[in-house]
Design a protein around this ligand. Structure first.
Ligand SMILES: NC(=O)c1ccc[n+]([C@@H]2O[C@H](COP(=O)([O-])OP(=O)(O)OC[C@H]3O[C@@H](n4cnc5c(N)ncnc54)[C@H](O)[C@@H]3O)[C@@H](O)[C@H]2O)c1
Ligand SMILES: O=CCCC(=O)O
Length: 547
């Protein structure tokens, strides 16, 4: 794959309480005070420093940037170089509860705003993000490592949630109907569920935040956001943009922390919290669900995946190869949607493997800020170790190495893009999320065999299938146990579509019309038929007198 291919196909939609005494306010609504010059489409040390200088490094609580309660900070590191980019305030559990108190105090006011007003705030945020897209892209590449072309794709994708939910905010409906007996009228309305705690992962630092914040705000909910400790900078810069777009104090609060579990537990256990939306791994999701049971909290869970990628004997192989490159190597393989198991019909397996190996072997690896890079660093050394352990296990069990298969020497946490064929049943990478640039191929003989293998996992986020037979495509839609299916395409993500999984890949959906419903409560009111004469005591007396 050339970098140009990666860039062109990177999806744009995608086409690619507080112990208050110690917290101190440092700047009042920082964003309003800051002038923002037009950002040049530039990279290099000066551009990097300029964007880092713009990032607020405190906690956002009640519309004010603050230092942490104990003044502690933690470093955010560039995974390509190992160098510290910035230090960020490290929120304590008390800060988390204080942020929730702010969200609770702002709750009623925000819920009462006109939907149009909420829509316009989100639309302004969308416009501001477009103006600053180069800043956000560069910042994501710095803190997360993804190639700049992909980071630009994520700004476009993440921004679409702001635009989509600005449009959805004014379409929160309800219904008025006559009950079947004809004796009454049923009125169904939707209201904001209340303060929401949003926990996001490191792999899509902007889009995973906008995919939660935008529908929550559109619905009229206030939020506390806990970004991943590895990539808090994008969320902090985005929160500042939201203040500038007109989000009132307390509506969005942000608490980066290195103590995710300690901060989250009291917030989740606090009865003022009404909603938890989590994106991350399935094991952490299970823990949070157990905690949420304590207060019977509404939850949305976007969890891990183990996507099958099926190539049938009647597939357009060139299309399948392009789809495979996107489905596997987008974000250097670090996507919940990443194809984890390639199941290829035995008649076309060797040709598919030959073509894909040629492309993968040619992928430029390097720091994401450099021109033409297709494969950036993995997020940290643990991710490199995991990828390598899975590859080594597969090789020991009989797989064949076609290209890659090793960490890249030098600074940074890089893993060579890898293709394995003849992967044997029982190999760990067929069961575990690889979360790295490793493409593992097995073969199958029949459609039944392919479907059985595809469904043989506790996960069910997304699947991909390449076939030129429309009837087979329809059978797969009905038989694959996933929340999403890419049929002859390697990417499904789009702000207008319900994103989410079945089985242990999650609960609920983000995006589409479903996305805002996750932040709304349904209320039903019954009232008597207004055309029936009311049988008041007085009318009953009169009826009796008349008889
Ligand atoms: N389904 C989706 O939409 C989707 C999207 C992106 C990532 N993911 C999944 O996320 C995983 C990768 O992301 P990750 O490594 O950041 O996941 P993770 O579960 O380790 O962390 C996710 C978030 O949870 C926080 N966290 C961790 N332990 C916690 C605890 N005990 N209490 C509260 N918060 C806690 C982390 O600080 C981070 O903010 C993969 O499994 C991937 O598939 C899923
Ligand atoms: O990592 C999972 C999210 C990927 C996406 O939204 O396309």
């Amino acid at each position: 794959m050339t970098t140009q291919t990666t860039a062109a196909t990177t999806p744009t939609t995608p086409t690619a309480p507080a112990t208050a005494a110690t917290a101190t306010a440092t700047t009042a609504t920082r964003a309003a005070a800051a002038a923002w010059p037009t950002v040049p489409d530039a990279t290099g040390p000066a551009a990097e420093q300029a964007v880092l200088d713009r990032v607020p490094t405190g906690l956002l609580i009640d519309g004010t940037w603050r230092s942490a309660a104990d003044d502690a900070t933690f470093p955010v590191v560039d995974p390509a170089t190992g160098e510290t980019l910035l230090r960020v305030a490290d929120a304590t559990p008390e800060d988390g509860v204080r942020a929730l108190a702010a969200a609770d105090a702002a709750r009623a006011g925000w819920a009462r705003t006109a939907p149009r007003q909420r829509a316009e705030v989100l639309r302004r945020a969308f416009d501001l993000l477009q103006d600053r897209r180069e800043d956000f892209a560069l910042l994501m590449t710095l803190e997360m490592g993804k190639p700049l072309a992909e980071a630009r794709g994520e700004v476009a994708y993440g921004g679409e949630f702001l635009r989509w939910f600005s449009e959805e905010a004014v379409r929160i409906g309800g219904s008025y109907s006559t009950n079947p007996e004809g004796t009454g009228r049923a009125v169904v309305t939707h209201k904001p569920v209340g303060p929401a705690f949003l926990i996001t992962p490191w792999n899509f630092p902007l889009a995973m935040a906008t995919r939660k914040i935008a529908p929550a705000l559109a619905a009229g909910c206030t939020v506390v956001v806990k970004p991943a400790e590895l990539t808090p900078l994008t969320t902090l810069l985005f929160a500042d943009l939201l203040l500038e777009a007109g989000v009132p104090a307390g509506v969005v609060n942000v608490v980066p922390t290195t103590s995710a579990a300690a901060l989250s537990e009291p917030v989740i256990g606090d009865p003022r919290l009404r909603k938890l939306s989590f994106t991350g791994s399935t094991p952490v999701g299970r823990t949070l669900l157990r905690q949420a049971a304590g207060t019977v909290l509404r939850t949305s869970m976007e969890l891990g995946g183990n996507a099958p990628f099926l190539v049938f004997e009647d597939a357009d192989l060139e299309l399948a190869v392009e789809g495979a490159l996107l489905a596997k190597f987008r974000n250097t393989g670090q996507a919940c949607t990443a194809a984890n198991r390639f199941l290829v019909h035995e008649d076309v397996a060797e040709e598919f493997a030959r073509r894909i190996t040629e492309r993968v072997a040619a992928m430029p690896v390097g720091r994401g800020t450099e021109d033409g890079i297709a494969i950036g660093p993995l997020i940290d050394s643990r991710a490199v170790d995991k990828a390598h352990r899975l590859v080594t296990d597969a090789l020991h069990r009989g797989a064949t190495l076609r290209t890659g298969g090793h960490p890249v020497d030098g600074s940074g946490t890089f893993y060579a893009p890898t293709v394995l064929t003849d992967v044997q049943p029982g190999s760990d990478l067929l069961r575990d999320e690889i979360f790295g640039p490793v493409l593992a191929i097995r073969t199958f003989r029949t459609e039944d065999e392919a479907v059985t293998a595809a469904n043989d996992t506790e996960y069910g986020l997304v699947g991909y299938a390449f076939t030129e037979d429309p009837a087979r495509g329809q059978r797969l839609m009905e038989r694959l146990e996933t929340g999403m299916l890419g049929l002859n395409t390697g990417v499904v993500s789009n702000a207008s579509a319900p994103f989410g999984g079945v089985k242990q890949s999650g609960l609920g959906r983000e995006g589409g019309g479903e996305g805002i419903a996750e932040y709304l409560e349904t209320m039903y009111t019954l009232t008597p038929d207004p055309f029936r004469e009311r049988r008041t005591p007085a009318s009953r007396t009169n009826e009796g007198a008349a008889r």
